[in-house]
Design a protein around this ligand. Structure first.
Ligand code: CA
Length: 228
């Protein structure tokens, strides 16, 4: 599955340069020329990464950054901030973001592409929580080595999709997963799963968890999380 990158940038030349080069890297790219439209697209398309210009007309990149992080509980969407040299470093410092998360204009396109790949790789590793140690959450245990799930010592039979959903959620209690992110977790090869299917699998999973169904919480308008 090609990863989706959203670029929010009001300067057409820079936007075009970024779009061209990132598409050439095999990424899917969508663009927005204002913060408002960028936030709308981030909510509807759930990109794997946002490239965000700091100085935008209307709501500023600073505010867009704040809302992106707020909406997704902080960590879900990585952002690389594009800042102009000098004048904006104070603002960036004010955001408390790490050096990996912003790049100063004028930037070398090679450096930017490398940075984009590094952030996407980090996000994927983060997702690859298919650890091999046993996971224990209250009465629930998951043994990834054996693909075995037990509730209060009783073995629960899950389909592969249900198992993968549970493993993803239980590996990161409290973290909110969007439906599209969960689709990515249960998709194998070319077998396509719709976001609607996620709800169906979750419903089945909850039934199988019986009394412990409340371990999986619905986060309205976003997706699901494992209770922490
Ligand atoms: Ca700008």
């Amino acid at each position: 599955m090609r990863q989706l990158v959203l670029i929010i940038e009001d300067e057409p030349d820079i936007l075009e340069l970024l779009e061209y080069n990132l598409s050439r890297e095999g990424l899917r790219v969508i663009t927005a020329a204002s913060g408002e439209s960028g936030l709308r697209q981030a909510a509807s398309e759930q990109p794997a990464l946002v490239l965000l210009d700091l100085m935008l007309p209307g709501i500023s990149g600073f505010e867009v950054y704040r809302r992106l992080k707020q909406r997704h509980g902080g960590a879900e969407i990585p952002v690389i901030m594009l800042t102009a040299k000098g004048e904006e470093t104070d603002i960036v410092a004010g955001l408390g973001i790490g050096a990996d998360d912003y790049i100063t204009k004028p930037f070398s396109i090679r450096e930017l592409v490398a940075r984009v790949h590094a952030v996407l790789r980090r996000a994927r590793d983060d997702d690859a929580t298919d650890r091999l140690e046993q996971i224990a959450r209250g009465p629930l245990t998951i043994d990834p080595g054996r693909h075995e799930v037990c509730v209060a010592g009783e073995r629960v039979d899950l389909t592969l999709a249900e198992y993968r959903l549970l493993l993803a959620l239980a590996s990161n209690p409290g973290r909110v997963y969007s439906r599209s992110r969960l689709v990515a977790r249960i998709t194998t090869g070319d077998h396509h799963i719709s976001e609607r299917n996620v709800d169906v699998h979750i419903a089945a999973l909850r039934r199988k968890l019986g009394d412990e169904e409340t371990l999986i919480a619905t986060v309205r308008g976003v997706g699901y999380k494992f209770q922490d």
